[in-house]
Ligand binder design. Structure first.
Ligand SMILES: [Zn+2]
Length: 267
């Protein structure tokens, strides 16, 4: 084994098994990351699913609303089909360095800080040994219907990832000047204070992004950002990672069918 490869494997061992603090610090230490073009040309996209409101009985089943029982059915189908959840660091290293992923990798994401992310989603994920990323807008932390800081910390401590999702959910293509501080810096710092870990990943509210937003996120220490199913940018593939919004009306079988259509080149 040559020295570079050894150092690389050693750093991976740290990243995935080391203490959380070291793991976060190392997240920026890639030497010779792949070029945007190389990442874009590698058209294998890992499926990333995006969920919003989970309720016991939501009263409707659509792209924003899903029942607890349906989420469980979908997770069970993924588990029975051999899917393994990965976390954003793993995706980041995979696209940058070709780091190995488990068989049938999938990334699960839950947006908007809902109280049910803690009370319903986390127990369902635990049933299947799954972990996810929770994109958290900070304006509503501790308010009625939303997670408390302690709940966010518990999610983080149990191996889930807390990602940024702005302060109050603006369309980020309209953000200007000093507002970047309010929408990106302050929420990032608050989430880091709550979790004790750096926040390296971000999801665009409404999936909306532009070149200015990507530049601002990069300046502020974000490694990669997630949109919805818009076209991935050839120039900035890591800042336009696609996510599929999942409908509460899809059975587990339908979920798999749609997922394999949108992300056709997975294992
Ligand atoms: Zn959102």
């Amino acid at each position: 084994m040559n020295t570079m490869k050894f150092i690389y494997l050693l750093s991976l061992a740290f990243i995935f098994h080391g203490p959380e603090k070291e793991r976060a610090m190392i997240a920026f230490a890639i030497k010779d990351p792949r070029s945007a073009q190389a990442i874009f040309n590698d058209r294998r996209q890992i499926p990333v699913l995006c969920y919003h409101n989970i309720r016991k009985n939501p009263g409707k089943e659509d792209l924003l609303w899903i029942s607890e029982a349906r989420l469980n059915q979908q997770m069970k189908m993924l588990s029975d089909s051999g899917y393994h959840t990965i976390l954003p660091d793993q995706l980041y290293y995979y696209v940058n360095t070709g780091a190995t992923l488990p068989a049938k990798p999938i990334l699960l994401s839950f947006d908007d800080t809902h109280a049910e992310d803690f009370s319903m989603v986390a127990p369902i994920l635990a049933r299947y040994g799954y972990k996810g990323v929770f994109f958290t807008m900070t304006v509503c932390i501790g308010k009625n219907g939303f997670m408390t800081a302690a709940e966010i910390k518990t999610l983080s401590d149990s191996g889930h990832i807390i990602g940024g999702h702005t302060w109050n959910h603006p369309n980020i293509t309209t953000v200007k000047g000093k507002e970047w501080e309010q929408q990106i810096d302050k929420p990032k710092l608050l989430l880091e204070k709550i979790t004790g870990k750096t926040v390296n990943y971000f999801a665009y509210p409404y999936g909306a992004w532009n070149d200015t937003a990507i530049m601002e996120l990069k300046k502020r220490g974000i490694n990669a950002a997630f949109q919805l199913t818009g076209k991935q940018s050839e120039k900035e593939p890591l800042f336009t990672i696609r996510r599929l919004m999942i409908s509460g009306s899809w059975t587990g079988v339908e979920l798999l069918k749609r997922m394999e259509k949108i992300f056709p080149k997975n294992d």
